[in-house]
Design a protein around this ligand. Structure first.
Ligand SMILES: COc1ccc(Nc2ncnc(-c3cccnc3Nc3cc(NC(=O)c4cccc(C(F)(F)F)c4)ccc3C)n2)cc1
Length: 301
């Protein structure tokens, strides 16, 4: 007979997670639940904690996808899963804490875009992480500066902090694809080529948009309402930097290879790893300085 309690290999069951952890502060609040900064009672280790109410087995299956991805993706540039618990009908996910916070918050706090060397250092690590995910046929699907965290040593971690799940739900509504009968040919085309790993290439486009976001503070069409953005993305020529002449030929060239509308013509994440814009990066000092710049105000007492 069907085994009642399915065994989830990466999840600890029936142990109170807060036995060994104490909540320090709140990091975010989304529809799925809150995210806390927590500290381990003995080791002092810091972790970000997300608790997700799980109604039933099917929901558990959905959330297990995230746990399985995080358990399999041990990489310097992907957020590290510390531990996952199932307790009191909730999933508790502890992620290694990155003190620098997200790149979009850093840009807002500094009230300026990043410099080209800072963007080069982030892009190199972002594409290292992407190649790792893509080699495992994992598509991120929500690449943006808000999903990249900065660490004190100048390293970055790619994550999916869908904390603003409310926003995600709203975005989902705007991006809701109509019923098939009324679908436009190109949308059907997108839906049709399921077998070709086209999804993987979608991350390369989003990465290009993320580079523009880091340089110009906002993605292209940011002043347009979400409904109309979909039409503009499909109808317009690939976007470019607000002032291309402010940036190197290499940066503009790298972007032109990410922002190709036809997925089949677009470079893969692995191709772009050897592009001169990032192959010349060999240390993350510019990002260690960025970390100090953004954390300095707090230290100044
Ligand atoms: C506001 O200031 C700060 C300061 C520091 C931090 N640092 C930090 N460090 C680590 N995680 C977080 C975090 C913030 C908000 C929401 N979730 C966070 N981490 C987290 C991520 C996940 N999942 C993923 O990142 C994830 C899910 C699916 C796929 C993937 C990927 F494809 F990238 F591997 C990644 C699950 C649970 C948690 C607690 N935040 C954040 C904000």
């Amino acid at each position: 007979e069907k085994s009642k309690a399915k065994e989830y290999k990466n999840v600890t069951k029936d142990v109170d997670p807060m036995e060994n952890w104490v909540k320090v502060s709140e990091l975010g609040d989304g529809a799925f639940g809150k995210v806390y900064k927590t500290e381990h009672r003995e080791t002092g280790q810091l972790a970000a904690l997300k608790t997700v109410p799980v109604a039933d087995e099917t929901e558990m299956e959905d959330f297990m996808v995230e746990i399985d991805i995080l358990s399999e993706c041990k990489h310097d540039n992907i957020v590290g899963l510390h531990q996952a618990f199932f307790y009191d009908n909730q999933l508790w996910i502890f992620i290694e804490f990155c003190p620098g916070g997200a790149i979009d918050d850093i840009i807002l706090e500094l009230e300026k875009g990043l410099t080209e060397v800072q963007i080069q250092c982030i892009t190199k690590q972002l594409f290292e992480g992407l190649v790792f995910l893509h080699d495992q046929r994992i598509i991120h699907r929500d690449l943006k500066a808000g999903n990249i965290l900065l660490c004190p040593d100048g390293s970055i971690r790619l994550g999916d902090f869908g904390v603003s799940a409310i926003l995600k739900q709203r975005e989902k509504r705007y991006t809701f694809i109509g019923t098939p009968y009324w679908m436009a040919p190109e949308v059907v085309a997108c839906e049709a080529i399921k077998e070709e790993p086209y999804g993987v290439k979608a991350d390369v486009w989003s990465a290009g948009i993320t580079l523009i976001e880091m340089a110009d503070m906002f993605p292209p069409y940011h002043e347009t309402n979400p409904m109309r953005v979909l039409i503009r993305i499909t109808r317009s020529e690939p976007p470019i930097l607000a002032v291309p002449s402010h940036w190197s030929k290499d940066f503009n060239d790298f972007l032109s290879k990410c922002l190709v509308k036809a997925p089949s013509q677009r470079s893969s994440s692995r191709d772009l790893l050897s592009h001169s814009f990032i192959s010349s990066v060999n240390d993350y000092l510019p990002l260690r300085l960025l970390y100090c710049e953004v954390r300095a105000p707090v230290e100044e007492v």
